[in-house]
Ligand binder design. Structure first.
Ligand code: FES
Length: 111
């Protein structure tokens, strides 16, 4: 089990996404990290509520729509990046599962 940071903050561009892995509820899970334009960092499980697939098209490569939505690469479900709610696509109304993270010492950590 990793006990270091998930990612250096410098590796997460403002408005961008990154992938990480971390223990959540006792098993290692793939995570999506997102840095808000205001500098805050959010994380969700990298598991689409539609069919349980990863959202990135290659590890750490996520699609951001021109409307600022995170788009699942598999079937195109679109998620808003504040609460992780799916606003369009096959799982509309469902949400990504949030994971608590914190920024400390220039890095992102599980909270
Ligand atoms: S698995 Fe994400 S939209 Fe189908």
């Amino acid at each position: 089990m990793p006990d270091g940071p998930l990612l250096a903050l410098d590796d997460l561009a403002t408005g961008g996404f990154a992938a990480a892995e971390a223990p959540v509820d006792g098993s290692v899970e793939a995570l999506i990290l997102h840095r808000d334009p205001d500098g805050g960092v959010r994380a969700w499980l990298n598991v689409c509520p539609h069919a349980g697939r990863r959202l990135d098209w290659a590890p750490g490569k996520f699609i951001l729509s021109k409307d600022g939505l995170l788009v699942c690469a598999v079937h195109g479900a679109s998620f808003e990046t504040v609460g992780g709610l799916c606003t369009a696509g096959p799982c509309r109304g469902e949400s990504l599962r949030a994971v608590a993270v914190a920024v400390r010492d220039g890095a992102v950590w599980l909270a």
